[in-house]
Structure formats: C-alpha cells, structure tokens
Write a protein that binds this ligand. Sequence first.
Ligand SMILES: Nc1ncnc2c1ncn2[C@@H]1O[C@H](COP(=O)(O)OP(=O)(O)OP(=O)(O)O)[C@@H](O)[C@H]1O
Ligand SMILES: [Mg+2]
Length: 507
Amino acid sequence: MGQHILEMKHITKEFPGVRALDNVNFQVKRGEIHCLVGENGAGKSTLMKILSGVYPSGTYDGEIRIDGTSQAFQHVKDSEKAGVAIIYQELALVKQMNICENIYLGNEITKRGVIDWEQMYVETEKVLKEVGLSIKPTTKVLSLGIGKQQLIEIAKAISKKAELLILDEPTSALTEKEAENLLQLLMELKKKGVTCIYISHKLNEIFQIADTITILRDGQTITTCEARELDEEKLIALMVGRKLTQRFPKREQVLGETVMEVRNWTVYDPDIPAKKKIKDVSFSIKQGEILGFAGLMGAGRTELFMSIFGCYGHAITGEILVNGKKTNMTSPRDVIQEGISYLSEDRKGNGLVLTQSIRENITAASLSALSKWGVIDGNQEVVAVEGYIKDLRIKTPSMEQRTGNLSGGNQQKVVLGKWLMTKPKVLILDEPTRGIDIGAKYEIYNIMNDLVSQGVCVIMISSELPEILGMSDRIIVMCEGSIAGEIPGKEADQEKIIYYATGGGRK
Ligand SMILES: Nc1ncnc2c1ncn2[C@@H]1O[C@H](COP(=O)(O)OP(=O)(O)OP(=O)(O)O)[C@@H](O)[C@H]1O
Ligand SMILES: [Mg+2]
C-alpha cells in the first residue's frame, strides 16, 4: 500500500460559463488531517463532490486513485464502498427518524432476510460512544441541536467503516464548545487511523488540527505544504494572492443624532407563553455608529432582532422609536418601510430563494423602489445589480445565474446585496461573515465603513470576537435574553466580553 490514500490528478470541471476546477492535483497521505482552504468559489466543495461521486465519473476530466487504484464513481454509494464518507454543511439526516434508523438508513443489518433491530441498536450504541455522545439510539434526530446532529453524521461514517472522512465547513453553525469537541474528536479518529479532509475558513481551526494544507485559488492548486511551514500571514497571502496588511480597515468615527431607540423590549417565548425569551432590553443607536452585539449562542441576540423585524414572537411589549418618533410596525414590510433592514443568520431559511437568479434575489426587497406605477424599471434594475456584483465581488458568470449554483460564501454576498439595495437607515447584520473567506470579509468590513460614513447605522451580531472587537464603536453583550453589559469599543477586549457573556456582572 502506497503512502497516499488519495490521489486526484489533473481534475478539470466545468459548469456552463464557469471553469470551477482547472487541472487540480490533490494528494492526501494516509492517516493525516489535510485542510483544504481557499477563497469563496475557489472550488473546494466542487472537488469534494467529485471525490464523493456526487458529480459522476464522465462529468469531469482527470483521475481519482484510492490506495493506488483508479476509481470511476457513478454515485455516492460507490465512493462509500471505497471507504469515503462526506459530511456536508447542510446535514443530510432524516429529522423524523431516530438515530439508529438514520445511521443504518439504506444499510440495514439483516439476519435471515429480516431486519435485525437488536443488533443495530447495539452497534449504534457503540459508535455513539466513540463520538462521545451518551444518548439513546432511539432518540429522534429532530430533538437534537446541530452540534449533536453533526456528531451523528460522523458516527454514521464510522459505522460504515469510512477510512477517508470529508468535512465541508462543519463548524460554521456550531457553538465554540461544540466546535472544540468536534476538533478533538477528529484528532482521536486520526489516532485510530482515519484520514480526514477538512474544509474551513477559520484559521485558528486550521492551525489547530492540520498536518498538511492545500490551497486552491480560482480553481487551481496553488500549493500543498506541511502546516508547520506556514503561519496565518503566509496562509492568507497564498489564499488571496496578495498581502493583507491589516484585518480590519480603519475608519474615522463621526456620530450624529440617535436614529433608532428600543425601549423595554420584552418578548415571550412563542412555545412557552409564560417564559420570556427577551427581557426588558433597551438600547439606542446613533447615525454613523457600528454597534456590535456579542454573546454566547442562545443568548437571544437573533430572537431580539427577529422580533424587532416582525418575524419572531406574538406577545411583545415595549416600543421602538425611529428618529424620535414612536413607530407602529407589525410586519417585516412595515419595518423595511421605516428604513430598517435585517440580514438574517440563516441565509437559506429566510434570506434567499435558491431557485431564483442573483438579480431576482438582490432586488426582492426593493421592488417598490425600482418600480414606477407598478412597472419595474428594468434598466435601473440591471445597473444596480451589476453594481452590487462588482462591489461585493460576487463570483458568477452572469446576474441571471441561479443563486443555488453559487458557492456558499457567494450566496451570503447575494443576501448582503439584497439588504444593501433597500438603502436602509439602520442595517442589522446577523453573522454577516459566516462562511466568508478572509479577503471577502475585509471587503464586507469596507462596505460597513462606507455605509456608516454615509450616515447609516450598522448593528452587527457576531460570534467572532475579533470581528466584534475590530469593527464596533460600542459593544452590547447579551446573556440569557437580557443585556448583561455595554462596553465602549476602545475599552473592549475578549476577557471583558466573555465575562459579561457568561453571566458575570449581573446583580
Ligand atoms: N452546480 C453549479 N452550477 C454552476 N456553477 C457552479 C455549480 N457549483 C459550483 N459552481 C461554481 O463553481 C465555482 C466553485 O464553487 P465551489 O462551491 O466549489 O466553491 P468553494 O471553494 O466551496 O467556495 P465556498 O468557500 O464559498 O464554499 C464557483 O464559481 C461556483 O459558482
Ligand atoms: Mg464550499
């Protein structure tokens, strides 16, 4: 057996108008953790879909060898037989079924032609233990959080005796602790001989677990090297093809009048009417200000802003003033009309229609502004959309491309374009750079700075502390549905935020 468990040679893959991969070579050694990195649209997910048979042999050029043997996968099942397991960012579990049913779906153990449930439960218990979960195999997947569902996907891969495990941005929806557990588990699996290909935009994760790193840019392999030969600065330069001297662009702070004020905002849990999800939250934001909202996952930040936007909770008390006047907003439409826009953290659920074009998605919330007497001004629409594609560097052959065909990070940029187009007074960004590569993050920060210099207020909810610290004029920290502390940007550091976020300082 050779040193390489996987060799992908001269892989080229084209979509209409896009050469996603251009003569890519990728080799993975047995037993290593190999990180695959690169900007949004570089071709990482496409390469992994070729490897796992999502794109069958014949739809691309080049060769795949596993343990030296040439492979022509027609289907995901074929790659599974060869020991490959891929875990997508959008998890593929059947939520209504229980853990055991999911793990053995399509691979049921049978004894004399009858499904052997007893054996399957015993085996499931074993693999659950291996991934560090102590829950019953009969638990419905529905009742588990994303972090545990991810572990079940891995348990499923283990039960299939996968030798090569592929994870495509597995931690983007996990809490810090869950992400840490996942990385620990991957290192455990490595000790047991499992090889892992890991895709992530988070540099700290990459340097924590990678043995080897391969960098893709614009569909081409830039280099493969050992992780210890690189540091963050070198890796970023290789990824974006230029030096990024600073991670956060500078800005002159000029504050104006108070634009929005939220007073005594309380939201009752839609499922448990007696329980308060948001407790007496009051804050305001001034023209030209970037206000950061920090907190642990589940602190209520998303619920707070979704309720302000009119799409969460029925029983709400409190009031919102815009430019000093009380408002009476009951739907997202009213809120947008008042000049408040909200980019949701769940781009697939609330932000985008994947079957529609980039143009249709970007203009979806601005149609009234683009229309005269009910007719859309097509010319104005095209010019505006062109502008956003250019400013946000959305990688696409045309504005008519189906949004679902874009890479994950480029989809996120389309949602941002959609809300920028509404020309808001207050722009609320919920995890705006999730899944976005380092270079594009910098561009998004630049756009935020431009907006505030034009007098827009920006509220940024983010779980990435460096970004909150690097960009905010002021930081509000939430904990369990209330405001736990407020810190001026200049005085803020990680420790202070974590102190408030974990319940410190509360009376
Ligand atoms: N089904 C498709 N049809 C047309 N173009 C596609 C399709 N899938 C991917 N592409 C294009 O191929 C290129 C590579 O996309 P891919 O999803 O592999 O990028 P990625 O490196 O995974 O990016 P990200 O970090 O944003 O997830 C992009 O330009 C993308 O728009
Ligand atoms: Mg991807």
